[in-house]
Design a protein around this ligand. Structure first.
Ligand SMILES: [Zn+2]
Length: 88
């Protein structure tokens, strides 16, 4: 059980929380937000936290409407859409 942190994405829960913060979120790079979405996918605790944060819905819209088209390949878009579906 102790090593599950390694499977929760590339960032710590604390960093995920920081990126979730609305002011930090605006400053976050695309990769920070991408890593946050991965972390949320793996981490139930942060998933629950982020679901209470209105920034999440904005984040998911950004991915689906803007960043996906600009930065992600079709393959990554499909994967990301799957992640977004998991978090609905
Ligand atoms: Zn977490």
């Amino acid at each position: 059980m102790g090593n599950h942190k390694l499977t929760k994405g590339f960032i710590s829960c604390q960093e995920a929380g920081n990126i979730c913060d609305k002011s930090q979120y605006k400053e976050a790079s695309f990769w920070q937000r991408f890593k946050l979405s991965l972390h949320i996918f793996w981490c139930e605790k942060c998933n629950a936290y982020v679901k209470r944060n209105s920034a999440l819905s904005k984040m998911l819209k950004l991915y689906s409407e803007e960043n996906c088209n600009q930065h992600l390949s079709e393959t990554k878009k499909t994967k990301l859409e799957a992640i977004i579906d998991q978090n609905k």
